[in-house]
Design a protein around this ligand. Structure first.
Ligand code: HEC
Ligand code: HEC
Ligand code: HEC
Length: 186
């Protein structure tokens, strides 16, 4: 009797240890999907008129300048108005919307990721380290199963809100048109 209880205790203990190891591994060791930066998305595929000029369009919109913006005296003034004398380019109060993946563990970022790129492709489409491979990218289901995101209004509103400072009202249809970069139909 006593032996049997001891045995089940040992087994439960081991199961708990395994579970803890599994969970910590999930959260802390290696992120499954990493942010890889704009260059990786654009170099081979997403540039040029035939493909839909994703790179060129992004470069023209302020999403690509949202980190640089934080170096202006105006940006400093905004941060100061929140009672903070620090540098906007180093402040969580600004970077949470003016950069990509802010606040995540270091393991979520590949060496090629650059914070200077601001609000990048991956801010709206998810971290691309796995879905970037052509065989996954070509297949929408696979893209979505491997970290890919199709951005909807919900994604935009994570940043387009008044939590940092006053912003213009966000009309999804209008604003999406301003950044539109669909692949041209053949
Ligand atoms: C990670 C935060 C973030 C997300 C997500 C985001 N935006 Fe933005 N967006 C910004 C910031 C910050 C700016 C202003 C950058 C600046 O002026 O430096 C901006 C600017 C814009 C502009 C003005 C561009 C221009 O060149 O005038 C448009 C349009 C826009 N966003 C549309 C969208 C749409 C549509 C979505 C969702 C599909 C979206 N944004 C998602 C942060 C974000
Ligand atoms: C909750 C998200 C969010 C936070 C936090 C945030 N911003 Fe912004 N910021 C935006 C968006 C969105 C825009 C684009 C304005 C628009 O489309 O209405 C923007 C635009 C700007 C601009 C461009 C000029 C303008 O007013 O259009 C500056 C400068 C700026 N932000 C500075 C800052 C600074 C400095 C901080 C930190 C104190 C900060 N932002 C924090 C979302 C944010
Ligand atoms: C501010 C958010 C945002 C940013 C930044 C952004 N996209 Fe998009 N992208 C969208 C939205 C919204 C759509 C339309 C819905 C969809 O298909 O995901 C879209 C569509 C696309 C499509 C077309 C899919 C199709 O079926 O036609 C491609 C390819 C794409 N984006 C690649 C990129 C690349 C590459 C970058 C960076 C150079 C980028 N996007 C930057 C929001 C964004």
């Amino acid at each position: 009797m006593g032996k049997r209880i001891l045995k089940s205790l040992v087994v439960s203990f081991l199961l708990v240890v395994c579970l803890i190891l599994y969970l910590t591994n999930q959260n802390y060791s290696q992120a499954k999907y990493k942010y890889i930066g704009v260059e990786k998305c654009a170099k081979l595929c997403h540039r040029g008129e035939k493909k839909g000029s994703q790179l060129e369009i992004w470069e023209e919109t302020t999403h690509s300048k949202s980190f640089v913006t934080l170096a202006t005296p105006y940006a400093k003034k905004i941060l100061k108005s929140l009672g903070d004398e620090g540098e906007p380019q180093k402040s969580e109060k600004c970077l949470q919307c003016h950069s990509t993946g802010y606040g995540l563990d270091e393991s979520n970022f590949d060496k090629t990721f650059k914070i200077e790129e601001g609000v990048t492709c991956e801010a709206c489409h998810g971290p691309g380290s796995v879905y970037k491979s052509l065989s996954i990218m070509k297949d929408k289901e696979k893209f979505l199963a491997n970290g890919g995101i199709i951005s909807t209004e919900k994604e935009c509103l994570k940043c387009h809100n008044n939590k940092g400072h006053e912003v213009y009202e966000f009309n999804f249809d209008e604003r999406s048109k301003k950044i539109a970069h669909l692949i041209p139909k053949k």
